[in-house]
Structures are given as C-alpha cells and as structure tokens.
Design a protein around this ligand. Structure first.
Ligand code: SF4
Ligand code: SF4
Ligand code: FES
Length: 245
C-alpha cells in the first residue's frame, strides 16, 4: 500500500490512513477524537483500559490496538459507546480515591477530563474506599496508589523508553496493584524525575514534588478546553482525510 492508501469511514466521515497505523492514530491525524486512557502516542499500545472501544464492522474493538484497514466501517461517537465509556470511567472513580477539588492534578488529569467530556455527574456504583499506600520515599517523586488507574503507561515507559524496570503489576482482577522493583519503595529504585515514566501518568499517581502548582488552577490543559480538543482542531473540512462522505 502507498501512503494514505487505506480508506475507511468513522461515523460516516471518510478517513485516510497509512499502512501500519492503528485506528486511533489514523483518527488522530484526521482530527477525529476517540476517547482513551491507557494509550499514549509515545508508547507501544497495551489495549488494557478499553475506553477507546469502537464498533468496527459491527464488532467492538479497542481502537488503539486495531490496525487501520481498507473499507472498514467504524462507529465512534454514538450514545451507546459514550454510555459504555462513561461506565468505565465511573468504575475507575469508585475503585480508587479521587477527591478532584483537592487534587494536585485537577485541570490536568485525563480521568477527570474524560468524566467531564463523557457527561459523568456522580458515579452510580458504591465507592470501594481502598486503603493503599502513599509512597513518598523518593526525594523528587510521590506515588499515590489511591489515584492509580492501572493504565500501565509507567510500566511501558520505564521499560521501553527509560531502559529500567521500575514499575510492574502484582495480583489479578480487583486485587491488581502497581508495585515498584524495590522493597523499600520508589526511593530505592532507579527512578529519576527526568524519566519518561515520570511524565506519562494520566492521573495524580506519579507526581513530581515541588512542581505541582507551577501551572495554577484555572490555567491548566483541561481548564481551557475539553480533552480531545487539540485533536479535533486538526480536522479539515475536506482533503485527504476527515471529511464527511
Ligand atoms: S487523579 Fe484526577 S480524577 Fe483523581 S482526584 Fe486527581 S484530578 Fe480527580
Ligand atoms: S501510576 Fe499512573 S501511569 Fe502508572 S499505572 Fe498507575 S495511573 Fe497508570
Ligand atoms: S486507550 Fe485503547 S484500550 Fe486504553
């Protein structure tokens, strides 16, 4: 296939992709936002949060791990998919502890921003109120496990970008937790504040100390525009991709 030889539609909009692009990458280029949490453009996709699930040729598929394919018919922005995504976000809120008004990441948090974008008001399930550790053993970084949504971005970044193995998961299902590769906590690992792993957390689990209020509340990414606005700003009314067919 030559460049942009792959053509398909998303909610009736014609999208062009290059061979090797995933569905989410092609849509990003075309200015079509597919909600996501575990996906990060600099990291190998893991497909574990399922927030990006779309209907592809009638079947549900995670857009971050679905290759763009010629002729496929994709549904992204539908009431049903929005409901499903909101339910996932709600479950993440009740599974951890997320007091947004008091949180250092408020306005810069992808979970919070998705809650707003997907129209979440209050979770419909009971809060689980987990009792997890706050790891402040590192001189420059805190690790607040109450906020962790188990997206695995830090694990992938540490291994693939930093050449370290600072983070991993332990346990399964509802008992799954993030851990670090030292008994004494993050301070005993090879983690550094300049590591890629320190900059990819979508929530306030990995936080750089003394840096949290460098950008004041009210002036942060999602205080100014809803999550996904940067991608939607790429949308062209006509051209090689992203026009209504
Ligand atoms: S991490 Fe995000 S969702 Fe959780 S309390 Fe902080 S701002 Fe709210
Ligand atoms: S610490 Fe952050 S990046 Fe790592 S798994 Fe938890 S939420 Fe994801
Ligand atoms: S963003 Fe695709 S599964 Fe998480």
């Amino acid at each position: 296939m030559t460049a942009k030889a792959i053509q398909f539609t998303v909610d009736g909009i014609a999208v062009a992709a290059t061979a090797g692009q995933s569905l989410i990458e092609a849509c990003d280029d075309a200015g079509i936002y597919i909600p996501r949490l575990c996906h990060h453009p600099d990291l190998t996709p893991s497909g574990n949060c399922r927030v990006c699930t779309c209907t592809v040729n009638g079947r549900q598929s995670a857009a971050c791990v679905t290759p763009a394919a010629h002729g496929m018919v994709v549904e992204n922005d539908t009431p049903r998919l929005t409901d499903d995504r909101r339910t996932i976000i709600e479950m993440l809120f009740v599974e951890g502890i997320h007091p947004c008004p008091y949180c250092v990441a408020s306005g810069d948090c992808e979970l919070q921003a998705l809650g707003y974008r997907l129209g979440m008001t209050a979770p419909t399930e009971a809060y689980l109120w987990p009792r997890r550790k706050l790891d402040a053993t590192h001189p420059d970084i805190t690790l607040d496990h109450d906020r962790c949504i188990l997206c695995s971005r830090c694990i992938r970044a540490s291994r693939m970008e930093d050449g370290k193995t600072v983070f991993g998961f332990e346990g399964r299902g509802i008992a799954m937790r993030l851990n670090v590769d030292a008994q004494g906590g993050l301070g005993e690992t090879q983690m550094a504040a300049i590591d890629k792993a320190a900059s990819v957390c979508p929530v306030a689990c990995i936080v750089i100390k003394r840096d949290s209020y460098r950008v004041p509340n009210g002036e942060r990414r999602f205080d100014k525009a809803p999550i996904g606005s940067d991608i939607e700003a790429r949308r062209r009314p006509s051209g090689s991709g992203g026009h209504r067919s």
